[in-house]
Design a protein around this ligand. Structure first.
Ligand SMILES: [Zn+2]
Length: 462
């Protein structure tokens, strides 16, 4: 018989309007799936998981993270975007062996999972050899989370403007690991787009993705680079489509947002990184006005935190700051963006971007059981006066008590199973030490160091 679990007496946030929310409710899981959600499912022949004092909600979804960088966390906390390019992309990234890529992806995935992110789109753009791709995919699989491996090729593809076509190893990866789209880890293609590659190359890259049946994720509209009209250029060639997710979108014109909306395209915004690195104001409000509901992403942990609670809070705070500087703001009768909107970005909209809207993103009978139990009987959350408002504005990863992925418990009583967390911390330190040791032996990175004092030379203008 399929194993059944009854999550009982929690405060249920379903993120499904048909199902609704319950101040006190139950969720029944059968095998991998949710089979019932209600205020009281009564006596059921199932293992009971007591959720009293806890919020029961869908797992969070991050739609863009350069996961391989995880063990370099913090090094760019006081760097500009130019220093990030020289220190990391033109610096440390070349020293990544396949084992380092495994460690980075494993550490980043486990960090995300522990904080309540059950689905992660891994924007993997430092896979310099087939072995790097193998390592990245294997690490995602070993983490136990749901993930989308977005193949982004290696450093040789990022000499801007690039005339190098996307690495054809993407075909092998598709055949070898993702012949089915039904696994816990699925595949997409992370393309450079017109900001990094020529339009001809972009056209052939998109044709390849569409031939392989892979959804596309592409940076567009970040900082000054984003003002070159990337969406207008794609539109001019008839390349826009509902299979593309655009990442950032800060400096795109309103006409470009309208073109994306018209084509059915999707959005991933990373407000925390965007404000830190200088991409521009988060496009949240402008996207909503254009009829596009964005998903949320962490982007990179080299300066910012890796959890979605921080990103949700910053998304809401940034939009309200913008709204409140508008003329007549103090006379407004209500806010433009609600905490429920923001939680939907991190759940249902994220699922759509990952091509998983039929499977995850809400507590809906028939969907996969990707579920969080978040402690609410704590100094920071009790009493619950507005559960969604408090999840978005006050919760943090330390409150994520229990996590289900596809019906399996991967975190219980505040601790990840199978010593995943301990293994990730050990790998992070070992690979960080080893990478820096190799890097400082070279002339180019002789000054690289940990501790917070390393200031790489900024990117030369031109
Ligand atoms: Zn990115």
């Amino acid at each position: 018989m399929v194993h059944r679990r009854l999550i009982k007496n929690g405060t249920v946030i379903s993120m499904d309007d048909q199902v609704g929310d319950f101040p006190r409710g139950d969720v029944l899981i059968e095998g991998q799936k949710i089979v019932a959600v209600g205020p009281d499912l009564g006596e059921v022949d199932a293992e009971v998981v007591d959720a009293s004092g806890q919020i029961v909600m869908p797992g969070l979804i991050d739609t863009h993270r350069h996961t391989w960088q995880a063990f370099l966390r913090g090094i760019a906390a006081d760097w500009t975007l130019g220093q990030y390019m020289t220190g990391l992309h033109l610096g440390l990234s070349a020293f990544f062996t396949p084992d380092d890529t495994y460690a980075g992806n494993f550490v980043g995935a486990v960090e995300a999972l522990d904080s309540g992110i059950t689905t992660l789109l891994d924007w993997s753009h430092n896979v310099n050899t087939p072995e790097h791709s193998d390592a990245a995919v294997t690490a995602l699989r070993d983490s136990g989370m749901r993930a989308v491996f977005a193949h982004g090729g290696g450093a040789d593809m990022y000499q801007v403007p690039s005339v190098v076509p996307h690495d054809l190893d993407v075909r092998r990866v598709r055949d070898q690991y993702f012949s089915s789209d039904e696994g816990l880890v699925t595949m997409a293609m992370a393309l450079r787009g017109p900001q990094f590659a020529t339009l001809d190359i972009t056209e052939s890259d998109l044709a390849l993705a569409r031939e392989l049946g892979l959804a596309v994720t592409m940076h567009a509209g970040d900082g000054e680079w984003g003002r070159s009209g990337p969406i207008r250029q794609l539109h001019g060639r008839g390349l826009l489509g509902p299979d593309i997710t655009y990442v950032h979108l800060n400096t795109l014109g309103d006409d470009e947002l309208a073109l994306i909306a018209e084509s059915g395209g999707m959005a991933s915004i990373a407000p925390d990184i965007e404000m830190q690195m200088g991409h521009g104001w988060p496009a949240t409000g402008r996207l909503m006005a254009a009829g596009i509901r964005p998903s949320l992403s962490i982007d990179t942990c080299v300066s910012n935190s890796g959890h979605m609670f921080g990103t949700m809070q910053i998304t809401l705070a940034a939009q309200r700051a913008l709204d409140n500087t508008e003329p007549g703001a103090s006379d407004r009768a209500s806010v433009s963006l609600s905490s429920r909107d923001v939680l939907s970005f991190a759940t249902t909209e994220g699922a759509r971007v990952c091509g998983l809207e039929q499977k995850v993103g809400s507590l809906t009978p028939g969907k996969q059981a990707d579920i969080l139990l978040v402690r609410a009987d704590t100094l920071s959350l009790a009493p619950l006066n507005n559960p969604i408002g408090q999840i978005v504005y006050t919760a943090h990863p330390g409150l994520v008590e229990t996590i289900f992925v596809a019906g399996n418990i991967v975190k219980r009583d505040g601790t990840l199973i199978d010593d995943l967390g301990k293994r990730a911390c050990r790998l992070a330190t070992e690979h960080r030490d080893d990478l820096f040791e190799r890097a400082v032996r070279t002339e180019k990175l002789a000054d690289a160091r940990i501790g917070g004092t390393w200031q790489p030379a900024p990117l030369a203008a031109g």
